[in-house]
Design a protein around this ligand. Structure first.
Ligand SMILES: [Fe+2]
Ligand SMILES: [Fe+2]
Length: 175
């Protein structure tokens, strides 16, 4: 069974992951509105990832006989000045999520909750990927600058992203 404090912190993380989904869905809508359908697709896939993250935490609390208590989800920003501004915001958001995951790890270690610590390690790795994939697009957009056709090319590339369900919890350790 998880501690009261851990349960509360994970409930907070479920909220943060659902907010992340909401934020990226809002970015997807923004990209749709400016006809960058590849960018919109990338953000839509990211939304699906965030929903999976939320469900992983949801399942973990239930498996450990904790109680999931859902809180209101904050409304996301709906407009950005440019594709670069949106991706910079996405990157900044992921850095913040990483900080939250690290705090959860600190709490698990303090609680000597090894099961939760083990569970959280998947997220520690995932955050490395999350930060780097958002930053990769930021760097591409900066590199492109005002080059004609650059945005079109990046849009084509981001349109290729497809959602893949991450392996079930524990599968990596069992391999
Ligand atoms: Fe996430
Ligand atoms: Fe990811």
């Amino acid at each position: 069974m998880i501690s009261e404090k851990m349960q509360e912190a994970i409930n907070g993380q479920i909220n943060a992951e659902l907010y992340s989904a909401y934020l990226y869905l809002s970015m997807s809508a923004y990209f749709n509105s400016i006809n960058l359908l590849g960018f919109a697709n990338w953000m839509r896939v990211q939304t699906q990832e965030e929903l999976v993250h939320a469900m992983k935490f949801f399942d973990h609390v239930n498996e450990r006989n904790g109680r999931v208590l859902l809180k209101p989800i904050q409304g996301p920003t709906t407009q950005w000045d440019s594709p670069l501004a949106a991706f910079e915001a996405a990157y900044k958001h992921e850095v913040e999520v990483t900080r939250m995951i690290n705090n959860l790890v600190d709490l698990a270690l303090k609680d000597k909750d090894h099961a939760t610590n083990n569970f959280l390690q998947w997220f520690v790795s995932e955050q490395v990927e999350e930060e780097s994939s958002a930053d990769a697009v930021v760097q591409k957009l900066k590199l492109m600058g005002d080059a004609p056709g650059g945005l079109f090319l990046i849009d084509q590339e981001l349109g290729q992203r497809v959602f893949t369900m991450p392996p079930a919890e524990g599968a990596a350790a069992a391999q």
